[in-house]
Design a protein around this ligand. Sequence first.
Ligand code: AFP
Length: 345
Amino acid sequence: MKPVSLIQFLIEERRANHINAELSLLIEVVARACKRIAVATNKGALGGVLGMAGDGDALSINVQGEAQKKLDVISNEILLEANAWGGQLAACASEEMEDPQPIPDMYPKGNHLLLFDPLDGSSNIDVNVSVGTIFSILRCPDGVTEAKTEHFLQPGTAQLAAGYVVYGPATVLVLTFGHGTHEFTLDREVGSFVLSRRAIKVPEETAEFAINMSNQRHWEAPMQRYIGELLAGKDGPRGKDFNMRWVASMVADVHRILTRGGVFFYPLDAKIKAKGETGKLRLMYEANPMAFIIEQAGGAAATGRERILDIMPTALHQRVPVFLGSAAEVEVASRYHRQADGAAG
Ligand code: AFP
């Protein structure tokens, strides 16, 4: 079969009325920016991109209070610069910036809002393990001339598009417009993304889970119960053995789930609560786009208490617990949380 390029796929999606010309162009611009991030990531030590941003005692700290890596800053700049002038956006918001960045006055403005985590899994950069970019696209509400934080605060169900790029052994883009989840692999020689899997499906059942087990002692009781049962294997109540993987780059863990199935958890725990937080992962540019992608592939995404895509956001950098992947496993873990809440209430 003849390879289908991303551009060709976007034209097909326009003809099917799944997207308009502006959104199609926006995806092209984001994909092009991600190719530049892939180049920077691949250079590693030779490109001078490893290590922390800032110098010595004055490390660069982002809005989340996290020390920024050089590649966090470079990737953020690449995405901002690429998206400033195209005319498809009203504003951009990023994990690395406290407030949304308006489109400079010298460029035309469009009707879309772009949110991104420019370099997810940045603790893995220096050890040459997969990292990625996650993005979400919303419509800018009608009549808004200057997009501000409040205009970004839309539930995940309002997303027009979501995607991620994983910079691994291959650079891979995964995309949804709400009509299935599709994968494109970067052909480095030609310089274009080529459709490699159409309408990906996450199997309903799985025997593989992803969680940071070092947090076990901090988890809530229903999470302790759920993971305890998986670990008990075929001698326990689940009656089968489970395997475990944890890359600590959500993009890579989600990509594995989209490839061979599985379920991913970053639950609420006492350590997170002690910091006054409501979760570890960010709703608007991590949980929502991944939830959209996973649901479009037939999986489920929840906090243990509600569907992620139904959450009405209250802050740009809001954090939530994340359970996603195999629908059957997300349901078992969520049921244990509902039961525990019912018993407590
Ligand atoms: P960084 O981008 O700050 O490295 O965070 C990555 C991440 O948000 C997500 O990609 C991982 O699943 C998760 O954090 C890893 O968290 P732990 O380091 O607590 O396991």
